[in-house]
Design a protein around this ligand. Structure first.
Ligand code: AQP
Length: 339
């Protein structure tokens, strides 16, 4: 069945080097969807500035996310690749949605609580209303499906609430669709290599908490060697693995990069200490990440190609975004006229 009348939108923040969590939770799904769906993949630079970014690094990271998309297998002919700030309608629609979303809804967002931590009074107001911008990203293209990691599930549920509230408040049934999250449950939350209860994250101060898609082979091997395991051998069943969060995480990573189920891996390594398991996991990661890292490096030396991809994506995205925003302005009653 062709799903070309269904639209997918997702994005990644240019807030640092992308890691295997971003790959397994999001990018891998993007690649699987581009043949069947109408796909928009953006680099969400406006989201990144909800926390302080160095301008030069932000520009570089934005291009590096584009390079990583391409190196991972996103085809710019099939998918629209662009950076969020280049299509001004994202910011414009997010303002309208700020006026639809209820404060109580935003107050329930756990990612804000996690990211703001104890410093709630001092974080930017952008971090608080971030989910409204994410809703604008999705609804601007009337996306029906959104491939994300588990950490974004709550924001997606909020997007559905916002869409329904807008449709109801403005009496325009079905104007915005209710987008469905696409989440691969087993690998949708890759955890830190140092702490199996903490999400792997670009902004974790420890490099050893994550494996970046641009890490060289020696670094990958070193990081896996240092990854936390357990004081007991590999259990022989999934239930016992689930209580060992670091082992469970390494198995999720192994399974995400291979075609093997966790149960098969447990069967293969049960009763062993983790040195053999870690060495084979390193080999697997090196074989998958090395070609991506090489290609990212090559593409980062061809900036004019990256800008060509972005310009083409911006043009294609702007076409749809303009139409939706014009319709929204009409629905809301904002006066528009030719100057
Ligand atoms: N650890 C993860 N496991 C699975 N999926 C993940 N994603 C992020 N971390 C994991 C998914 O990757 C996509 C892009 O994420 P993002 O860059 O927009 O923001 P994030 O979720 O805030 O990612 P980070 O790495 O934690 O960045 P920082 O440290 O800058 O906040 C999303 O689909 C996300 O679910």
């Amino acid at each position: 069945m062709s799903l070309k009348n269904h639209t997918v939108l997702s994005g990644v923040q240019p807030s640092g080097d992308l890691h295997i969590g971003n790959y397994l939770g999001a990018i891998k799904n993007f690649i699987n969807m581009q043949d069947d769906f109408n796909c928009y993949f953006c680099v969400v630079d406006l989201h990144a500035i909800t926390v302080k970014q160095d301008p030069e690094s932000l520009r570089r990271n934005t291009l590096e996310v584009v390079a990583t998309y391409l190196a991972s297998g996103i085809d710019p002919k099939l998918s629209v690749i662009f950076n969020q700030s280049s299509v001004s309608m994202h910011a414009e629609l997010s303002w309208i949605l700020n006026c639809v979303t209820r404060m109580g809804w935003l107050n329930r967002m756990t990612q804000f609580k996690d990211k703001a931590g104890k410093d709630r009074e001092n974080v930017s107001s952008g971090l608080f209303i971030y989910p409204n911008l994410m809703a604008a990203d999705i609804l601007l293209y009337k996306a029906t499906h959104v491939p994300v990691g588990n950490d974004q599930k709550q924001h997606l549920e909020l997007t559905r609430d916002i869409a329904q509230r807008f449709n109801r408040d403005y009496n325009c049934e079905n104007f915005f669709p209710s987008p469905e999250p696409i989440i691969d449950n087993d690998i949708s939350r890759i955890m830190s290599l140092k702490n199996g209860l903490q999400k792997m994250s670009k902004s974790d101060p420890s490099e050893y908490s994550r494996i970046s898609l641009t890490d060289d082979n020696d670094t990958i091997i070193k990081k896996i060697k240092k990854a936390k395991t357990a004081d007991v051998p590999m259990p022989d069943n999934l239930n016992d693995v689930l209580v060992l969060s670091e082992i469970n995480n390494l198995l999720n990573i192994y399974s995400g990069f291979s075609s093997m189920k966790k149960e098969q891996l447990i069967d293969q390594y049960k009763g062993e200490n983790f040195s053999n398991f870690k060495s084979e996991l390193s080999d697997l990661l090196v074989s998958k990440i090395e070609p991506i890292a090489i290609e990212v490096k090559k593409l980062m030396n061809d900036k004019s190609f990256l800008f060509d991809v972005l310009s083409d994506g911006k043009k294609r995205a702007t076409e749809i975004a303009t139409k939706t925003l014009n319709d929204v302005y009409d629905i809301v009653g904002l006066l528009r006229y030719d100057s």
